[in-house]
Design a protein around this ligand. Sequence first.
Ligand SMILES: Cc1cc2nc3c(=O)[nH]c(=O)nc-3n(C[C@H](O)[C@H](O)[C@H](O)COP(=O)(O)OP(=O)(O)OC[C@H]3O[C@@H](n4cnc5c(N)ncnc54)[C@H](O)[C@@H]3O)c2cc1C
Length: 423
Amino acid sequence: MKNSVCIVGGGVVGLLCAYYLNKKGFEVTVFDKGKFENGASYGNAGMIVPSHFIPLANPGALAKGLQWMFNPSSPFYIKLRMDKSLYAWLYHFLKNANNKHVNQSAELLYKLNLESKILYDQLKDQLGDFGLQQSGLIMYCKTQQALDDEVQIAEKAKQLGQDVKVLDQYELQTLEPNISTNVTGAVHFKDDAFLNPNELMKALKTHLRNNGVKLFGGSTIDELRSNGRSINGLVVNSEMISADHFVIAAGTWSGELAKSMGIKLHMQGAKGYSFDLERKHFPASVCSILTESKVACTPMGDKIRFAGTLAIDGINDLIDQKKLNGIYNSIPQYFPQLEGHPFQNYQVWHGYRPCSADGLPYIGRTAKFNNLLIATGHGMMGLSLGAITGKLISQAICNEQSDLDDSQISAERHNTRPIPHIF
Ligand SMILES: Cc1cc2nc3c(=O)[nH]c(=O)nc-3n(C[C@H](O)[C@H](O)[C@H](O)COP(=O)(O)OP(=O)(O)OC[C@H]3O[C@@H](n4cnc5c(N)ncnc54)[C@H](O)[C@@H]3O)c2cc1C
């Protein structure tokens, strides 16, 4: 038996860190403040996205975001409030929303997502079926402008090595014969995939328990105790638990925990919603995104999941009916067979994407402590990047050289320069 690791957070990222560390022979314990079912990792859209090589911080998001801020039913929203961490996040978002950052991040994001897809394919042999389907992602475009933009992204994707096809109406009908669409055009990113996140999480928990990983629910970690450059232990229910290594993988909540240890992560939770219809109402077979309204649609067994909205309005359980109506109203515009469907009758799930300000995850060792690692900040891609993150964390703990190691995803990249006082 190698030495021990404690992981804070039992979402997809924490559990996949546990998986790869357990495989390497570590004694692994995962603590979750809930019952391993209240993070973002359950109700998400389950997409694995090599096509998402443009980080959230990009010039287009900036322009669109400003436009959307004033539309209550738009898919994006930031509630400005007196909050130092929001100000720091916005500062770093604005600083990175430029073409240089987009160009520097594209290859890395593509490689991380592609490698993760390969790992999920291997994982299904270990964990059993969790609904992995490698049939790509369709971007549906209502307007010519959105289609032109998507075709440009497709060209860049091809330059990165991706298999992409701009579909004519006949090709679209052939790919999705059981649904009707009302769109100007569509682009098929064939390297993407999707899975059922609920099934993945269930299979992971079973596998980990069967392989000796300890999973403790109802265990909020408020404090990590250090001695010089080492973490000695974490405090759970007034008891100190020691280990050789510690990983913070607490999703949206990671920023606060890291801050208590003097480590700066610029993170905001971005609320999103989802709901599941019976598949018989909409028998699509490929996952898709309604480009203009940013609504995701994913087949999951006998259900079809719609997901949308990215609202940075603090961590609260408020459901914004106007945003939900925005999702409900947009669906029949693309899929006319769902006109008049009673979407409002479905139970709505909400979760928080752990969004870093520059749109890149934080993965790896901290400089301040020699046995503390961070695995968070994946934003809209935490499911997609979960497997590669777990593998990279296990390699970092073993001091192994990794092909994908990159200072752009370093856990320490925001601990160097103070933020100027602009306001
Ligand atoms: C509507 C929506 C759709 C999405 N669609 C996709 C998609 O298609 N593809 C994709 O890749 N991503 C998608 N995402 C994003 C993805 O869901 C997240 O990036 C991912 O789930 C983050 O995983 P995580 O493990 O970091 O965090 P979480 O799943 O949030 O897990 C964090 C865990 O940490 C625990 N925790 C927090 N603080 C503490 C503490 N102090 N002590 C102990 N435990 C703690 C929590 O209880 C929680 O279980 C979507 C998100 C939303 C909201």
